[in-house]
Design a protein around this ligand. Structure first.
Ligand SMILES: [Zn+2]
Length: 332
């Protein structure tokens, strides 16, 4: 367990949160408001039951379910305000929030209108010390053409606050190489390149994301623990892994990578990555769905055996790995 004083000192440090999905951050009380807006009365307990998952496919189902209630720009504004208030309780001063644009397009919505509502909803939080930037995300299983539409949508939105393009979703679906033109186009329009890889897939998915697509940070990447040469490459090229410990437990991705029935948080490879010289971005992924907080993830990191100076180092790396101009960086 973390000694309380250490826990308090870490809690008080300003932090960056870089791997965070807006749609996975809707607290149960807010889901109840959303469903009521669309004619369905639910209790928070029922929402928690819908959120519970035992593996990755069940998580995807729960994500699909909750996003089905995001229908109007005002729905997005509501959940963004909710997330912002939550982030302030975690001493987060800077965040890069991932938006499932692929899901909006699938549902025939106008992402531009949703994004405008998000900008309006989050702008007032700047004066309260919380800055938002955005990552436009495509779902891997929808294929390369749909992903290209997400990049074009980012270009049309023409906002400096959109800093990156990412692909998440089912890592075991479409081949990485098919997204090459999409990532080339993303770079051409000035977006940083991200990808979820090595979460449930093997280390080769991480290599492909780096070598074929030019990924600058890797979402999860825990499969690297099974490939020492890949760990060397991540350290040498300074490519961060966005590590989300609770998520890896709840989707059973950790047990899968460690090839065991049930993994414990103490078994997470985060300390090995950090001590190997790989930059670490500690994050919550989908905090409401996984019932976690950024502070809880630091407590988890301490449970894995990290010392206070290492936790402080991770806080600082959150800012170093962020997509903001060097002159604007602030932090611990
Ligand atoms: Zn994620």
């Amino acid at each position: 367990m973390t000694p309380p004083l250490l826990s308090n000192r870490i809690a008080l440090l300003p932090k960056a949160e870089l791997h965070l999905h807006l749609e996975g951050s809707i607290q149960p009380a807010t889901v109840c408001l959303l469903t009521a807006r669309h004619g369905l009365v639910m209790t928070e307990q029922e929402v928690r039951q819908r959120y519970a998952c035992a593996n990755f496919p069940e998580f995807i189902q729960a994500f699909k379910w909750v996003t089905s209630f995001l229908r109007e720009p005002e729905d997005y504004a509501l959940i963004a305000r909710d997330l912002a208030e939550h982030l302030l309780t975690q001493r987060v001063v800077y965040t890069e929030v991932t938006l499932s644009i692929g899901v909006m397009l699938l549902r025939k919505q106008r992402p531009e209108a949703n994004f405008e509502a998000l900008l309006r909803a989050t702008e007032p939080f700047q004066s309260r010390g919380l800055r938002f930037q955005w990552v436009f995300d495509a779902a891997r299983q929808f294929g390369a053409d749909r992903a290209m539409e997400v990049v074009e949508c980012a270009k049309r939105c023409d906002s400096k606050a959109i800093v990156a393009f990412s692909i998440g979703g089912d890592e075991l679906s479409v081949q990485t190489r098919e997204f090459r033109p999409v990532y080339n186009r993303a770079a051409q329009v000035g977006l940083h390149r991200l990808m979820h890889a090595g979460e449930v897939g093997g280390p080769e998915k991480i290599r492909e994301a780096i070598e074929l697509l030019g990924a600058e940070r890797i979402g999860h990447g825990i499969a690297a623990i099974n490939d020492p040469e890949l760990m060397d490459l991540l350290a040498e090229r300074n490519i961060p892994l966005e590590i989300c410990p609770t998520s890896n437990m709840k989707t059973a991705a950790l047990a899968r990578q460690l090839r065991c029935q049930e993994a414990r948080i103490e078994d997470h490879p985060l300390p090995k990555f950090l001590r190997h010289g790989i930059p670490i971005v500690l994050s919550t992924d989908d905090p409401a769905m996984f019932q976690t907080t950024l502070h809880e993830e630091y407590v988890n990191a301490a449970r894995m055996g990290l010392r206070e100076h290492e936790l402080t180092q991770i806080v600082a790396m959150g800012f170093e790995c962020a997509f903001m101009p060097a002159g604007e960086r602030r932090g611990a």
